[in-house]
Design a protein around this ligand. Structure first.
Ligand SMILES: NC(=O)C1=CN([C@@H]2O[C@H](COP(=O)(O)OP(=O)(O)OC[C@H]3O[C@@H](n4cnc5c(N)ncnc54)[C@H](O)[C@@H]3O)[C@@H](O)[C@H]2O)C=CC1
Ligand SMILES: N[C@@H](CC=O)C(=O)O
Ligand code: NA
Length: 430
């Protein structure tokens, strides 16, 4: 039976995502009502600049006092799309204390304080949903939390940042410069308020922490995630990748160790073969592989950033939370019962592509090969090009622990004949 009294929604933030949430809530009001079983009403919109004209939003709903809005007591659901840690954290906590459930798109906050926020939600019998926080429109949190709740996930690997994928794709396919590609991604609404979060890998690391925690039913903090950004990827790296039949992507990789007693989570640029499905993920699209014991390999693909796609995920959560509210239930909460330790990056085993500038004289290749052998890192291929007494050496290794590779590189830097280590890149997806 349809309830006539509306469920009241407070929207915190009306930027790229918030304005799209408000637009869809208005234009799709009848469908949302039918799907929820009650009307949903935008009861207040907290903004920083009240004088800005916002199409489709009744100015009477606009306030600069977000705290007063979440304290009103008649709000059923708070949608937080402000971003950042504070005041978002305080506002969400206050919302729970005043009886509201929360839908958020804030990966930075959930990665840092998800456990505490879940505990507060549970204490007050409310929901905390954040499908939009990881890979925008792509359903990923809900499949991991619900559809795969009966399986054992061993690996989550993918592209979870639209801005950096957009930049790397432009650099690779059009030869565009880094800044030009970043400016375009920002104009399209993909980049974070401070794009450092995107290009230095913080945004992807926050998403990796959230994914690993949910996938492995454990606690993975942002600091547990090994992180390297993509600002040092050069045209020379792309040329080298092409020679190997690869391209370069910023990947997030969360894995259960082979012995099963620990997990790892990392974000870094990596070469992947052009034949791998992730190689053909263009522009700001995201794609994530989930490998589970019984299900096998699943691939999730779609728009990972942008106002409307992210709003789609927010509205999906809004419908779910409203349905829970009408059914006097709550959805799945935090699940971190396995308490698996997070292993350091040194224990990760993968392949490496190393570019060295070396002196072009007899015995150098043997010297370099000896250093690899001394550290237990087996060489797969070596390619040397040289002129005027200098040479460029590209070494691709077999799989080796990251700590062994770091030791190798340190020792190589100490060789007189090695002028410099031009780049080190992991090779994934083979
Ligand atoms: N833009 C995207 O593609 C995606 C964004 N997200 C997340 O969604 C959230 C919002 O992102 P965007 O909309 O892109 O950012 P934005 O910067 O466009 O919007 C945030 C809005 O919040 C307002 N705001 C800041 N402090 C406020 C306060 N105290 N009270 C009221 N309003 C306040 C700002 O004025 C701004 O209009 C962030 O957590 C972001 O990480 C998640 C997935 C994709
Ligand atoms: N800045 C993020 C937005 C979505 O999470 C990205 O580029 O992926
Ligand atoms: Na998502």
């Amino acid at each position: 039976m349809m309830r006539t009294r509306p469920l009241k929604v407070a929207l915190l933030g009306c930027g790229v995502v918030g304005s799209e949430v408000a637009r869809i809530m208005t234009t799709h009001a009848d469908d949302l009502t039918a799907r929820i079983g009650a009307p949903v009403e935008l009861a207040g919109v907290a903004v920083r600049r009240p004088s800005k004209v916002r199409a489709g939003i009744d100015p009477a709903l606009v306030t600069t006092d977000a705290t007063a809005l979440v304290k009103r007591g008649d709000i059923d659901v708070v949608i937080e799309v402000i971003g950042g840690i504070e005041p978002a954290r305080a506002l969400i906590t206050t919302a729970f204390e005043h009886g509201a459930s929360v839908v958020s798109a804030n990966k930075a906050l959930i990665a840092q304080d998800g456990a505490a926020l879940h505990a507060t939600a549970e204490q007050h019998g409310r929901d905390l949903y954040y499908e939009a926080a990881v890979a925008g429109a792509i359903p990923l949190i809900r499949p991991l939390r619900e559809s795969l709740a009966g399986d054992k996930v061993n690996r989550v690997l993918g592209i979870v940042n639209g801005t950096t994928n957009f930049i790397l794709d432009k650099m690779d396919s059009t030869g565009a410069g880094y800044q030009e590609a970043l400016d375009e991604a920002t104009a399209l609404g993909y980049a974070e308020a401070d794009p450092t979060a995107d290009v230095e890998g913080f945004d992807a690391a926050a998403k990796a922490a959230i994914l690993a925690g949910i996938a492995f039913h454990t606690r993975v903090r942002l600091d547990d995630v090994y992180r390297e950004g993509m600002t040092e990827v050069t045209a020379a790296d792309f040329a080298s990748a092409k020679r190997m039949g690869c391209t370069i992507k910023l990947l997030a990789i969360c894995e259960r160790a082979a012995h099963g007693g620990s997990v790892t989570a990392r974000v870094h640029p990596a070469m992947i073969p052009l034949s791998h499905p992730l190689a053909s993920v263009r522009e700001a699209y995201n794609a994530v592989f989930v490998e589970a014991e019984a299900a096998g390999q699943l691939m999730f693909y779609g728009p990972g950033a942008g106002g409307a796609p992210t709003a789609s995920a927010v509205l999906g959560d809004l419908v779910a939370v409203c349905r829970n509210k009408l059914g006097e239930a709550t959805g799945p909460g935090d699940s971190a019962y396995t308490q698996l330790p997070v292993s350091p990056m040194g224990e990760v085993v993968t392949r490496y592509h190393i570019s060295l500038d070396v002196a072009d004289k007899p015995g150098v290749l043997a010297q370099v090969a000896t250093v690899f052998a001394e550290h237990g890192v087996s060489i797969d291929t070596v390619r040397q090009t040289g002129k005027d007494g200098e040479a460029s050496l590209v070494v691709v290794t077999h799989r080796a622990p990251d700590a062994a590779l770091s030791g190798t590189v340190e020792a190589l830097r100490r060789l007189d004949t090695v002028r410099g280590v031009a780049s080190i890149m992991r090779v994934e997806g083979e």
